[in-house]
Design a protein around this ligand. Structure first.
Ligand code: BTN
Length: 334
């Protein structure tokens, strides 16, 4: 049952927020109907999540600062902008995967624009069955439920649209050179800063729903990653040398989603494909395409109107790539 995990408001934090000064452990304990020892444990757990709570043996507890991901702030800001995306937001301190919850909510009839955000994912999913490393308190893990009236053949455009939205948001906020590696990798200087995983349920001729999962590394310390990942990954913190607010990134990404989704529905794919090409680090590059057990090398020449990558092979023939995985071949590499 999904809703059981839902952490709407943390009662200790709610109580501390109501008071500008200190609140004693006994007062909090009696308001919540638990022991003072339980409150002490709870406060320590909250500190681990990034809340700064001062504790004094004589005065009690005082909330000094909250972590950089505030769902309240996201909800408040979006409610003033009356957007379709983010009109319902579900927040979890910890869950398996925001995409999985998105799929469950879609089955339960949640409306288009529903957003799921988590502070931590215990089994974050990447493309091609990979794991998406999702530690608590560091990054953005967010899924968006859409129900576009488009053909399943056009599903790739949703991923391209999402990459464009994320790219725009990051460039605007951070002035870092983000590019897109086909179809969904958000890259900075050849290292991956984010990715998109789109999961779709389609009938014969229409998409029933799409859950678009966005993962962006924000305050992640790259040194904390396993050896093989740390050489290919980056984060906002690594690129700028500073911590950044996950709330601000989430808000900007959601606003960009609203904008580009509207463009898709009103005007079709053209503008998205044009903007995607502008951000692409793939087009014009040498690429290696792995499909099943086969590997092909060629030049990525274009993406077609369905978002498929067109690769020119050394014998002059062309192949269209959809579910394959591509690697850029750097100068000097064979
Ligand atoms: C990739 O590049 O492989 C895609 C990564 C997508 C990660 C995000 S994090 C939020 C959402 N929930 C998941 O389990 N995965 C996506």
């Amino acid at each position: 049952m999904v809703m059981k995990n839902l952490t709407k408001n943390e009662p200790v934090i709610e109580l501390l927020k109501e008071k500008s000064g200190y609140l004693s452990g006994a007062e909090i304990a009696s308001a919540m109907g638990v022991t003072r020892a339980a409150i002490w444990k709870r406060v320590n757990a909250l500190r681990k999540k990034g809340f700064i709570i001062d504790g004094s043996p004589t005065k009690g507890y005082k909330l000094i600062d909250s972590p950089d991901l505030s769902i309240e702030a996201i909800k408040n800001a979006l409610s003033k902008e009356s957007l379709k995306i983010g009109r319902d937001i579900f927040f979890y301190t910890s869950l398996g995967s925001t995409n999985n919850v998105g799929v469950e909510l879609a089955h339960k009839g949640s409306r288009e624009g529903t957003v799921i955000i988590a502070d931590e994912q215990r089994s974050g999913k990447g493309r091609l069955g990979r794991t998406w490393i999702s530690p608590a308190g560091k990054n953005l893990y967010m899924s968006i439920l859409l129900t576009p009236s488009i053909s399943p053949r056009d599903a790739t455009i949703l991923t391209l649209m999402s990459a464009v939205a994320c790219c725009n948001a990051l460039i605007r906020l951070l002035s870092i050179p983000v590019s897109i590696k086909w179809p969904n990798d958000l890259m900075v200087n050849d290292r991956k800063i984010g990715g998109i995983l789109t999961e779709i349920k389609a009938d014969m001729d229409k998409i029933a729903y799409a859950v678009i999962g966005v993962g962006i590394n924000i305050n992640l310390d790259i040194e904390s990653l396993p050896k093989e990942v740390k050489v290919i990954a980056t984060s906002v913190k690594r690129e700028t040398g500073k911590q950044f607010s996950r709330t601000t990134v989430a808000l900007e990404v959601l606003r960009e989603f609203e904008k580009w989704y509207e463009i898709l529905l009103m005007k079709g794919k053209r503008d998205i494909l044009e903007q995607w090409r502008e951000y692409s680090s793939t087009i014009g590059s040498k690429v290696k395409v792995s499909m099943g057990n086969s590997v092909y090398k060629g030049i990525a020449e274009e993406i077609d109107d369905e978002g498929l990558l067109i690769v020119k092979l050394p014998d002059g023939s062309y192949m269209k790539v959809d579910a394959g995985d591509i690697t850029m071949i750097r100068a000097g590499e064979k």
